[in-house]
Design a protein around this ligand. Structure first.
Ligand code: ADP
Ligand code: TRP
Length: 321
């Protein structure tokens, strides 16, 4: 069984990315053959700054390796080091109805927010379909907001297969049922484009600043507080076991402490959770050559598979004559 997922190097990764998708993806190394890539082509839809993109690609690689992608077990590469995917993107574009792309939430959300729409953003689900289909992926671990893109991939693959025979493998998405959507410091979905994130590996001072920004009601120290609707509590749920959560509930119900105290508890839990990855992160950050070698090796493994699949597809559509 082949499991494939990608993440865009378009900014600093946050705990929403981690719990929504990265964690599941890394754990899936035990369930099958993992193909994980840094979606550099996709990032071009929003990043227009050369140094920023280069820095983000490298940081994404360091983060994924530190969090547990094992390059001996999995194939890990940068999307644009396997350019064959772009050829499949074009072929699939001819099996993608305009209406399908017009219905994409991600495109609609971004344009509603005033993010300028260009063709790259509009057609990005077709490139994502090419990513998935060129590697014959069976399972695609994603966050909730990416499910629609995997469904579009299935539609595109079925249309193609109806025209040329059973050539493309129909994938399925996989989400973490326990973590639907991680809230940001303002209670809305955590997203780098909303500026409401809590970073995973932020500098201690910065992380504290982000946690302290979490919006709560204005109950004071001497008042009993509601834990079930509190943003701090919702974030604590990601880091605490049942016993810890019950004792936190007690603290909400017992006058004497304020939200500032609960925020510090959350901050400790975040630091504790990501501390084990810090050494590896420092190591990879200081050894860029090794990181680049790992990525190059991953790309060469991925490229062999992509080239084989593309050959079959080119044959099927009549490009090999
Ligand atoms: P962002 O919204 O910050 O731009 P991306 O769109 O790059 O994040 O998402 C990368 C991955 O992380 C996707 O699979 C997405 O579903 C997941 N993800 C992002 N934000 C959240 C969140 N708040 N809760 C759960 N999953 C999330
Ligand atoms: N679109 C995904 C995101 O923004 C990243 C991505 C690109 C991806 N290609 C993919 C995810 C293929 C899974 C499979 O998060």
């Amino acid at each position: 069984m082949r499991i494939l997922s990608g993440i865009q190097p378009s900014g600093t990764i946050h705990i929403g990315n981690y719990f929504g998708m990265i964690k599941k993806m890394i754990e899936s190394q035990n369930d099958g053959e993992l193909f994980a890539f840094i979606a550099s082509y996709h990032a071009l839809t929003s990043v227009k700054d050369k140094e920023f993109l280069q820095k983000n690609i490298f940081e994404a690689a360091v983060n994924f390796l530190s969090l547990g992608i094992d390059p001996n077990k999995s194939t890990f590469w940068v999307q644009s080091d396997v350019p064959e995917v772009l050829e499949l993107y074009w072929i699939l574009s001819n099996h993608t109805p305009m209406g399908l792309l017009e219905r994409a939430h991600s495109y609609k959300d971004k344009t509603t927010k005033g993010i300028g729409a260009n063709h790259g953003l509009f057609s990005y689900p077709v490139l994502m379909a090419a990513d998935i289909l060129i590697y014959d992926s069976n399972i695609v671990p994603v966050g909730k907001d990416q499910i629609q893109h995997v469904e579009m991939t299935r539609d595109i693959a079925n249309t193609f297969n109806n025209a040329y025979g059973e050539i493309l493998t129909i994938p399925e998405h996989k989400i973490d049922e326990n973590v639907q959507s991680v809230p940001g410091v303002d209670g809305a979905k955590m997203s780098k484009s909303y500026g409401n994130t809590i970073d995973m590996f932020g500098a201690k001072k910065n992380l504290k600043k982000q946690v302290m920004k979490i919006i709560t009601d204005s109950k004071e120290l001497h008042e009993v507080k509601k834990w079930d609707s509190c943003n701090i509590y919702k974030l604590c749920e990601l880091f605490m076991n049942q016993d810890e959560l019950e004792s936190l509930q007690e603290r909400y119900l017992t006058p004497g402490e304020g939200y500032g105290h609960f925020k510090l508890t959350l901050l400790d839990k975040i630091n504790e959770h990501f501390a084990p990855y810090a050494d590896k992160r420092e190591y990879y950050t200081n050894n860029p050559k090794e990181v680049k070698e790992i990525l190059a090796h991953g790309a060469s493994k991925a490229r062999v598979i992509a080239q084989e699949k593309l050959k079959v597809i080119r044959d099927a559509v009549g490009l090999n004559y």
